[in-house]
Design a protein. Structure first.
Length: 494
């Protein structure tokens, strides 16, 4: 999963709809195809589905399932949904509440023994809305840890803030919710989802292990150099996985067709009651940047009506889910492309559907800056030169952040953070939470060297060779002076 602090999850560009209403289906389909054919010609690999009501406007695959292979990606190809898994966990909780078996207002102490005093005010609602105070993660997604051990570790983890006092996106909370689903239902998490959600919605190709997949349709990830990185099934689901660092918050696999069926089911009442869906889509907590978090979904006003959305991914895959319930429009895509512009298709696809206007594909990033620092780092010179970055606003800000990450001086870290992050980000997230993120990077990375960097819009992607798995730091920067950090993300993996 990706741990990310950002001003928003998604910002759709405003555009006026046609005076006569939505553009004709034929126009939309033609322009969607043209846009995605261009993306495929420039390297996009993935599956895309766009539908309006009961009319599927496009359901296509692009690229090959294996780098350099002959098998084409189709609408039936299998990808991980990443953190989109959270909406299934939220739906399972609401299903149990509708049956009178729990309440979202219950304290977690009702379900887990020996809950410490600092966590006794955590409710199911606070887990669902990322307001419990847990950090983003407490271990590696691929570690095979069981439910009881995971709960023990989570309950012994220091909270980032008093429960209910603010928002901090956390995979930990959703894994604990999956544990509650098992304890209340008496069934495994996946079995409960399959019996109460996936089968009623007609989703045979969705799950961890119980789905009906053709192994040849599972898409392989790509390494940075374009090689075969294998599948998320091999990484996360082999040997009895996933472990509880991933279960409930990520890792469920599906197809674009099954996810369209999920959207259709949520438009009706085959899986959830109207009362449950109202709770799911309520704007429970402000995420900042104009979006709110419900239960497993992010809610955002757009020029085309309220959008219910979530995305998910890891270094190898990315999926995005956009739903406009009032107009019954759904956009879902999964990709194995690593280039960020090939993952950010939501804005142009939505624009085409609602206005008929074809937005150009984002231009390719500049040629990556290849950096190799093999020996001890020199102490002299500017921070940018010390780390091997060019003397630009991107290089300077990247170097400043690495100085904070590598420092053992708390006062220096705080001074760097106060200078680096925008006042708005500090006000919304809290300087202590930002410092804790830097501290976690300090501990997780250990000794590292900079492998490379690539400009990404106004920001920068920095690849580090660490004591553990390689890490990619994603910096979102103000486009204008003083170019402070408005978003910071970390992905672990090749």
């Amino acid at each position: 999963m990706s741990s990310r602090i950002s001003t928003c999850l998604l910002a759709l560009a405003a555009a006026a709809a046609f005076a006569d209403g939505a553009p004709a289906d034929e126009i939309v389909t033609t322009r969607l195809r043209n846009f995605l054919d261009q993306a495929a010609a420039e390297g996009f690999t993935g599956s895309v589905l766009v539908a309006r009501g009961n009319r599927v406007l496009l359901a296509e695959g692009y690229g090959t399932t294996i780098p350099g292979g002959a098998v084409r990606v189709t609408a039936d190809s299998v990808f991980t949904t990443g953190s989109i898994t959270k909406q299934f966990t939220a739906a399972a909780i609401l299903k149990l509440e509708s049956a009178g078996r729990l309440s979202v207002d219950d304290s977690i102490s009702k379900y887990f023994p020996d809950v410490p005093a600092d966590k006794r005010t955590i409710t199911i609602h606070r887990l669902l809305t990322h307001t419990a105070g847990f950090p983003g993660a407490i271990g590696d997604d691929l570690e095979r840890v069981g439910r009881n051990e995971y709960v023990r570790r989570a309950l012994s983890t220091k909270l980032l803030f008093e429960p209910g006092s603010r928002y901090e996106y956390s995979n930990v909370g959703y894994s604990l919710l999956a544990g509650i689903v098992e304890l209340v239902s008496g069934k495994s998490y996946e079995t409960f989802l399959r019996e109460t959600l996936f089968v009623p919605a007609g989703m045979p190709k969705t799950g961890y292990h119980l789905a009906d997949w053709d192994p040849a349709r599972i898409v392989h990830g790509r390494t940075e150099s374009g090689g075969d990185a294998g599948t998320s099934v091999e990484r996360a689901l082999s040997d009895g996985g996933p472990g509880w660092h991933l279960l409930g918050n990520g890792g469920i696999h599906s197809t674009v067709g099954d996810m369209y069926r999920w959207h259709t089911a949520l438009q009706g009442d085959s899986v959830l009651t109207q009362a449950a869906k109202i709770k799911m889509y309520t704007k429970h907590i402000d995420e900042g940047g104009g979006t709110w978090y419900g239960y497993g979904w992010s809610i955002e006003p757009t020029p085309w009506g309220e959008m219910i959305t979530h995305n998910g991914g890891n270094p190898f895959f990315f999926s995005d889910f956009l739903r406009f319930p009032d107009s019954d429009v759904v956009i879902y895509y999964s990709t194995a492309s690593r280039e960020r512009r090939m993952r950010d298709l939501a804005r142009p696809l939505a624009r085409i559907v609602f206005t008929g206007e074809t937005a150009p594909l984002s231009p390719s990033s500049e040629t990556p800056i290849r950096i190799a620092i093999d020996g001890p780092l020199a102490a002299e010179g500017t921070p940018a030169k010390k780390w091997g970055f060019p003397a630009s606003y991107r290089g300077t800000r990247a170097a400043d952040l690495l100085e904070a990450i590598t420092s053992d001086d708390p006062a220096f870290r705080r001074a760097q953070a106060e200078a680096l992050f925008t006042p708005d980000l500090i006000a919304r997230r809290g300087i202590d939470a930002l410092l804790q993120m830097i501290e976690r990077m300090h501990g997780d990375f250990g000794q590292f060297r900079v492998l490379g960097a690539r400009p990404d819009g106004a920001g920068l992607l920095i690849v580090l060779d660490t004591d553990g798995p390689n890490a990619t730091i994603e910096l979102d920067l103000e486009a204008d002076e003083p170019h402070r950090i408005v978003g910071l993300g970390v992905q672990l993996g090749d």
